[in-house]
Write a protein that binds this ligand. Structure first.
Ligand SMILES: Cc1cc2nc3c(=O)[nH]c(=O)nc-3n(C[C@H](O)[C@H](O)[C@H](O)COP(=O)(O)OP(=O)(O)OC[C@H]3O[C@@H](n4cnc5c(N)ncnc54)[C@H](O)[C@@H]3O)c2cc1C
Length: 380
């Protein structure tokens, strides 16, 4: 597993996957053959999370190779991300409450041996320990492994999902507030109330190609229950019209200006914003911080090669920019939290895909799925 922090590598990975492995994706995608055999999935999430390549770019590349019907499963998976993002945008308190609960639980579990054993990969469940070390070494886990991991964490080790979600965020190269928090809530049974995901021995054995067996799991647990109900907020995702000669700020989720909806606008200067651990609630592992910083630099070099004036700044320095700024919307997560809590007033620019798709995120994914052909024809 090797994630080189550049757009060139992301494009190469995308091309290779579409040309060689996309055809079998729906048949093979659930198998976790191990970190050295990842060709059955795209491994693009670390890049898509950072906007190095966009969902539409990935989908359009796949549609150049195969028809929509041959590609449908892959396209649906790619748009899960867009859906989760929109779902959280419409219910921002889910994220705020998650961080509040997390901060309480951290103190409660500080000296808990069961928790320590879990994050050190020293439980009596071999496959779980393996995934802990895989996560720490490769900063990526297969989707099925994430589901098994979260399920074992919650229902067999009986640890709070919030701490597991934090552990993922600290180590994943693709760590994303929406996909991660909602993924963990889904496994726990509070995202779709009453429906949890229970990992089972036969399923792990089959989909790891018999790499693990004799796995003793609690397979009788009930779903977790939350007493919180989140109603949808009324939020308008509208862009400012006059952008000429303004300064643009770009956060870590949109690191390919040249493919953005705003690539043809004349910005005076582009500021690429990095965010240190001291300004994050969840402290990222060193490798994840480095990955982000390399991706930011890669974007800087690409902008410079096009003679676009740009500079990397720390998030705390945004207020020092004396002229008017607009910013590509960072979406719910640590960057937006910092800007809001420091009262930084920024006019945000939303991606067309988000503006259009998020209106369909008020219900479940099965409802959203019905709109996918419409979304595709609108943007293809
Ligand atoms: C508990 C849990 C936590 C997760 N945390 C994250 C996270 O922090 N960041 C993250 O990007 N994904 C997260 N996921 C979703 C998913 O596991 C990863 O996106 C996927 O494994 C990435 O690998 P890939 O690029 O090879 O995926 P592929 O199977 O090749 O899919 C292609 C793309 O579709 C999108 N995608 C696929 N499955 C999902 C999904 N279930 N939810 C959202 N998008 C999806 C991703 O952008 C992915 O790159 C989580 C899932 C679970 C169950």
């Amino acid at each position: 597993m090797n994630f080189i922090a550049s757009r060139a590598s992301a494009i190469e990975k995308l091309d290779h996957f579409v040309e060689n492995n996309l055809l079998d994706y729906s048949k093979k995608r659930n198998f976790d053959y191990g970190p050295e055999k990842r060709s059955n999935v795209s491994c693009l999430s670390p890049y898509i999370t950072h906007g190095i390549i966009s969902e539409l770019e990935v989908i359009n590349r796949s549609l150049k190779k195969f028809s929509f019907s041959k590609n449908e499963k892959f396209i649906q998976e790619v748009l899960w991300r867009t859906y989760w993002k929109g779902w959280l945008e419409l219910r921002p308190d889910v994220w705020t409450d998650y961080l509040l609960e997390l901060s309480k639980l951290r103190k409660e579990y500080l000296k808990n041996q069961n928790y320590k054993n879990a994050i050190d990969g020293k439980t009596n469940i071999e496959c779980f320990n393996y995934w802990v070390s895989e996560l720490k070494n490769n900063n990526y886990l297969h989707n099925h492994a994430r589901m098994w991991f979260a399920s074992i964490w919650i229902f067999t080790l009986e640890l709070p999902w919030q701490l597991g979600a934090e552990f993922f965020m600290q180590h994943l190269f693709d760590g994303d507030a929406a996909s991660n928090t909602l993924g963990w809530r889904w496994v726990a049974g509070i995202q779709t109330p009453g429906k949890h995901y229970l990992a089972s021995e036969w399923n792990i054995k089959k989909f790891t190609n018999n790499r693990f067996e004799n796995i003793k799991l609690n397979q009788n647990s009930s779903p977790k229950v939350s007493d919180k109900n989140y109603s949808i907020i009324n939020k308008v995702f509208k862009n400012q019209v006059n952008l000429e000669e303004k300064n643009l700020i770009i956060f870590e989720n949109n690191l390919s200006f040249e493919i953005s909806d705003f690539q043809n606008n004349n910005f005076k200067k582009i500021y690429l914003v990095s965010n240190k651990n001291q300004n994050r609630s969840i402290k990222l592992n060193e490798k994840v911080q480095k990955f982000k910083s390399l991706l930011i630099n890669d974007q800087k070099e690409r902008l410079k090669s096009k003679s676009i004036d740009c500079e990397v700044i720390d998030i705390s320095e945004i207020n020092n920019i004396s002229e008017e700024v607009v910013g590509l919307y960072p979406t719910i997560g640590e960057n937006l939290d910092y800007l809001n809590s420091n009262n930084f007033k920024i006019n945000y620019l939303y991606r067309k895909l988000d503006q259009y798709s998020w209106q369909y995120c008020n219900k479940g994914f099965f409802n959203f799925k019905n709109y996918i052909p419409k979304i595709i024809t609108t943007f293809n």
